[in-house]
Design a protein around this ligand. Structure first.
Ligand SMILES: Nc1ncnc2c1ncn2[C@@H]1O[C@H](COP(=O)(O)OP(=O)(O)O)[C@@H](O)[C@H]1O
Ligand code: SF4
Ligand SMILES: [Mg+2]
Length: 344
């Protein structure tokens, strides 16, 4: 089995607000292997971005604070590093692409300078080589006419081109891990497909590990090896893409599959939203966070949190339905547009 590049153990992250403490991430654990593409999926507000930003320690503090947990990257606990050490990791060893390229790029700075900025303060790459590396990465992410683009400002570029610049910035230092937080949400479908293919190609060429956060199951099916399903600040199921799609074991994952359109969901497909609202993270439920919305809920569910049950070496679910006395319910689904369409 490939070694773990990243190991998150029992991560807890909260925000102090006027209304009380928001428990945004409540005991999340998962790992990312070398060269692996891991998807994190879940409804809005379930803690995906806070988890991702915790890895980079980019959540605003205050109001945010770590309540507990460890984040090992190449064996070092990132939560124990100084801010100076973190700066060496951010953008260099771990690249990141956030949702909105408009707000993530500096409007007053030429594109090329923003790509080269990653190398400022480093002396491991000679100055002459920095320019070459920037042009090379621009070509690699599919930017044409690179010398001209190099001198342009973000507003002179299309949305897709800006996204490519973001990816170039994330990749120019050949990071071991790239974290993409809903990177294709604002793009049209053709560009989205190109960007996803590009990420896969980079993984192949550079051996990069990728965490991709999305609420689009089509994206998951297309590029991920494994998936973590989050809800109410917790992980409720994780497994390989095939296990999540075809051996679905958690009622929430099942609901998600029926409620979200994928890349190739037919236009006339009937989507069934999950009724109800996510739990209040100011006062999280004592038992299973999905209990209030679950079609299969039992008395025990609202009272006691279920433990993870292993279904295979790579697949686990956190649900009382796995208990030996619980009714046997088959949640497995077969849907159009699932991993068969995956491109490798
Ligand atoms: N700066 C902040 N201050 C207070 N609460 C926050 C802040 N950032 C995120 N949260 C809360 O943390 C929870 C998780 O948010 P987030 O990780 O952004 O969700 P997702 O990315 O899954 O949509 C939400 O309830 C959100 O309101
Ligand atoms: S533990 Fe109970 S409420 Fe939670 S998902 Fe399983 S059956 Fe539903
Ligand atoms: Mg988010």
């Amino acid at each position: 089995m490939a070694e773990n590049l990243l190991e998150i153990k029992d991560l807890r992250y909260s925000f102090r607000t006027y209304g009380g403490t928001v428990k945004a991430v409540r005991g999340v654990s998962f790992d990312v292997k070398k060269g692996e593409v891991l998807g994190i999926v879940g409804e809005s507000g379930c803690g995906k971005s806070v988890t991702a930003q915790s890895i980079l320690r980019l959540n605003p503090e205050p109001p945010g604070f770590f309540e507990g947990g460890q984040i090992f990257f190449k064996g070092r606990d990132l939560l124990k590093l100084s801010e100076k050490e973190m700066r060496q990791i951010r953008g260099k060893e771990i690249g990141f692409i956030f949702q909105d390229p408009m707000t993530s790029l500096n409007p007053t700075m030429r594109v090329g300078a923003q790509i080269e900025e990653v190398f400022v303060g480093r002396n491991d790459v000679p100055k002459k080589e920095v320019h070459e590396r920037a042009l090379e990465i621009m070509r690699l992410v599919g930017i044409s006419d690179v010398e001209k683009r190099f001198r342009q400002y973000p507003h002179e570029l299309s949305g897709g081109m800006k996204q490519r610049v973001m990816i170039a910035i994330a990749l120019v230092s050949h990071p071991d891990l790239i974290i993409c937080d809903e990177p294709t949400t604002s793009l049209d479908v053709t560009i989205e497909a190109q960007i996803l293919d590009l990420l896969l190609e980079l993984r192949k060429k550079l051996g990069t590990s990728i965490i991709i956060i999305t609420h689009d199951l089509g994206v998951i099916a297309r590029i991920c090896d494994r998936v973590v399903v989050m809800y109410g600040g917790e992980v409720l199921e994780h497994g390989t893409v095939n296990e999540i799609f075809y051996e679905t074991a958690h009622p929430y994952t099942h609901g998600l599959m029926n409620s979200i359109a994928g890349l190739s969901t037919p236009k006339d497909a009937v989507l069934k939203p999950i009724e109800g609202t996510p739990p209040d993270l100011f006062a999280p439920p004592a038992g299973c966070p999905f209990a209030a919305r679950c079609d299969y809920g039992m008395k025990v569910c609202a009272k006691y949190p279920p433990e993870f049950t292993s279904l295979s070496p790579s697949h686990a679910t956190r649900c009382w339905l796995q208990h030996e006395y619980a009714p046997k319910i088959d949640l497995r689904t077969r849907r159009e547009g699932t991993p068969d369409g995956k491109s490798e």
